[in-house]
Design a binder for this molecule. Structure first.
Ligand code: ADP
Ligand code: ASP
Ligand code: MG
Length: 440
């Protein structure tokens, strides 16, 4: 069994759904197909939600009507028969009646917002499943809310997903195509929740891990993982092969093509992940697996919205107790630290979740001197094979960056990552300078 995931642009137009039908059926192999919402839908649903949070019901209704018109036109083009169209209309009718219900729910809380954003995937999958039925394809819709579960820390519970799926799939041996929703899940309270923006990739790899799939394929609008961010840098090119470790670093440090956690379950269960282009299916794409190639420098990514905190020891603590105290504070506030640099008396760290920044700063002040944190920083991450006995890599990186101020450097923590912290205003220059300096 394989798991194939199609992102927003891959399902965003009726003709794309037609090509996906072709793609998922032509090799005759059984698969679970994970779909995102139609491109733009999750943003529209969040925007309706924003209007509701600011108590602007009229605006929310207008936005919902606009979205409804989009779906009405979409299904007119998608289905070929009156009965197919009839099914599509029933689905759209039902889900938009639910949107109307959410619009009039008082108070409108985070729980309702999560139900609202889940509608994108609920709509796309039902509409697509009805289209497969119209085409006479033997498929089945598996509701993700029946098996995709997260714990109190919003972490997916892989063992539970595995047992849930085993039970759900057992009566359907021999079925060729299963369709399910990306992104959405249930939390421990049994409420509708989600895996954060871009989470459909994560759904696919969680399912891939849970069923020990032969392969997970992520179908998107580009021919694989590029060596740099193609939205910012002109001369980028696809990378044919990446190891799990390399791909995990790139996803975590901002390569938008993959949700940051996508690689974790695939790596854990040894399931290869292939990135493919829906618009150009014959392109090789990228294969992510256990194997690494010895290309030295593979790719660059950037993670936005980073805050740097500079902490100086007041020497009230033993030198060896200082770091422990510092990290206990971050642990207490469940705030992951991305980069660390140290000197004899100081340590600088970066975080991207600033929800508890004030509390963290005030606890750190109990035993350390702090400078004002630097907001608006970016981690630029260079990924490749940087084995300890290789020389000359750091100099290449620093040479490329010679005209750009660097706040922090992290080298040697992993054999696959060199990270630099720069101010956001230097992000584009850094990515372009590194592209020139490291690849051409
Ligand atoms: P989907 O809707 O299919 O999930 P996304 O928009 O989330 O697609 O991801 C694909 C996009 O990621 C590409 O169109 C590209 O602009 C962007 N991207 C950013 N960094 C990279 C990279 N290193 N390689 C490929 N694409 C990247
Ligand atoms: N639809 C969700 C989003 O836009 C999940 C996804 O597309 O992966 O974030
Ligand atoms: Mg995505």
């Amino acid at each position: 069994m394989q798991v194939w995931k199609f992102g927003g642009t891959s399902v965003g137009k009726p003709e794309r759904m037609h090509s996906i039908r072709q793609l998922i059926t032509e090799d005759g192999k059984p698969k679970i197909v994970v779909l995102s919402a139609l491109s733009g839908s999750t943003n529209s649903l969040l925007s309706i939600s924003e209007s509701l949070i600011s108590k602007n019901i009229t605006e929310a209704k207008e936005k919902a009507n606009e979205l409804r018109a989009h779906y009405d036109a979409f299904i007119q083009e998608l289905y070929k028969t009156p009965s197919g169209l009839g099914k599509g209309q029933t689905i759209v009718e039902k889900e938009f009646a639910f949107i109307d219900q959410l619009i009039t729910t008082v108070p409108y809380t985070l729980k309702e917002e999560k139900e609202m954003v889940a509608l994108g995937e609920l709509l796309s999958t039902q509409i697509f499943e009805a289209y497969l039925q119209e085409e006479g394809i033997d498929s089945l819709l598996l509701p993700a809310l029946d098996f995709m579960v997260i714990d109190a820390d919003n972490e997916p519970i892989l063992s539970k997903i595995e047992s849930n799926l085993a039970t759900i799939l057992a009566p359907h041996k021999g079925k060729q195509i299963f369709i399910t929703q990306g992104f959405i899940c249930r939390n421990p309270a049994g409420e509708v929740d989600n895996l954060k923006r871009g989470g459909s990739d994560y759904t696919a790899s969680l399912i891939g891990g849970a069923i020990a799939a032969e392969e997970v394929q992520i179908w998107t609008d580009i021919d694989g993982m590029h060596n740099n961010d193609p939205r910012i840098v002109k001369n980028t090119f696809p990378i044919r092969e990446l190891s799990f470790a390399e791909a995990a670093e790139l996803a975590y440090f901002g390569a938008k093509i993959l949700h940051p956690s996508t690689i974790t379950p695939a790596k854990l269960k040894g399931v290869p992940v292939r990135l493919k282009n829906t618009l150009e299916p014959i392109a090789y794409g990228t294969l992510i697996s256990e194997k690494s190639t010895d290309i030295e420098i593979k790719a660059i990514a950037a993670k936005d919205n980073i805050t740097a905190i500079y902490i100086h020891s007041t020497r009230m603590l033993n030198a060896y107790g200082f770091l422990k105290r510092v990290f206990e504070v971050f642990e207490k506030y469940k705030t992951p630290v991305d980069m660390i640099t140290t000197s004899e008396v100081s340590v600088s760290v970066t975080i991207d979740n600033t929800q508890n920044l004030d509390a963290i700063m005030s606890e750190l002040r109990e035993f350390a001197d702090l400078e004002d944190p630097d907001m608006n920083q970016v981690i630029v991450c260079i990924v490749g094979n940087f084995y300890a006995d290789k020389e000359g890599i750091a100099i290449k990186v620093l040479n490329a960056m010679k005209n750009i101020p660097i706040r922090m450097i992290s080298y040697g923590a992993s054999e696959h990552n060199i990270s630099l912290l720069v101010d956001t205003k230097f992000k584009n220059d850094s990515l372009n300078a590194l592209n020139e300096g490291l690849f051409f």
